[in-house]
Design a protein around this ligand. Structure first.
Ligand code: BEZ
Length: 252
């Protein structure tokens, strides 16, 4: 999926995305000086965290706007623009790391993406990642789908949220050995009084392409937010019903 990011707002208001990523980094078992590719590095915050652990890092992302922020903040890091499902590296690396990226890649491109990762790794190289797993944001998507229907539209699910079984099969097909896998719920606090509305406006883009006017879009979003209030607004704060899939696989 090609998404045009509001890179500055993403960096300012959705920093929890990379803050949670720090615990994914802890799954890497590699010596200082090992080479690590941060696949879908975005604004580079986790690429920098990987560098701070002593790794020799590179970041790759499709978004020029996010890479501009990354390069400005961390000029000493090598950032490359590229497609996660269609890239090669000049030299293989010890580790490929990725946080909160693979749900953006269509199901039919996942196998290509995994082949690129496999080819980018040395033998025994580690592939460590987390992204949206099965049931991720299910309440939000169901609420939107139901309001879309009321307005005569079909809500096309824009993300890929697999089960562990489905993703492990793809990894094994590619030649990886899966060494760790977990799927867990992580209710995630959103920023501000309009946290859920801002989240929907930031991340849910393509389903709204069928909606005729901006005003109608706003009404649909407001109605979905109200429908979700009893489930996702608690003690004065908005939450998103995240589910994560976190895995470690090795290139044999
Ligand atoms: C996620 O990190 O799970 C996610 C974020 C935005 C949209 C969809 C999924």
């Amino acid at each position: 999926m090609n998404i045009k990011w509001d890179a500055n707002k993403y960096t300012a208001d959705f920093s929890f995305v990379h803050q949670y990523g720090n615990s994914v980094i802890d799954l890497i078992d590699a010596d200082k000086g090992s080479s690590v590719l941060d696949l879908g590095c975005g604004n580079g915050a986790l690429t920098k965290a990987l560098q701070d652990k002593g790794y020799l890092v590179k970041g790759l992302d499709a978004s020029g706007d996010l890479l501009d922020i990354a390069k400005e903040k961390y000029p000493a890091i090598d950032f490359i623009q590229g497609d996660a499902a269609d890239f090669t590296l000049p030299e293989p690396v010890d580790v490929v790391f990725s946080n909160a990226v693979f749900h953006w890649i269509n199901k039919d491109r996942q196998q290509n993406m995994l082949k690129c990762v496999y080819n980018a790794l040395k033998n025994n190289g580690q592939f460590v990642f987390e992204f949206g797993g099965h049931r991720n944001n299910q309440k939000i998507h169901r609420a939107l789908a139901s309001i879309f229907l009321e307005y005569g539209y079909c809500y096309e699910m824009p993300f890929y949220f697999p089960t562990i079984g489905e993703y492990a099969a793809l990894l094994e097909n590619t030649g990886f050995e899966v060494q760790y896998a977990v799927l867990f719920d992580r209710l995630t606090e959103l920023k501000g009084d309009n946290g859920l509305k801002d989240w929907i406006n930031m991340f849910i883009k393509t389903p709204f392409l069928v909606v005729k006017t901006e005003q109608e879009k706003e009404v649909i979003v407001d109605k979905a937010v109200e429908a979700l209030r009893s489930d996702l607004f608690m003690n004065g704060k908005w939450y998103a019903d995240y589910v994560r899939i976190r895995m470690k696989a090795v290139r044999l």
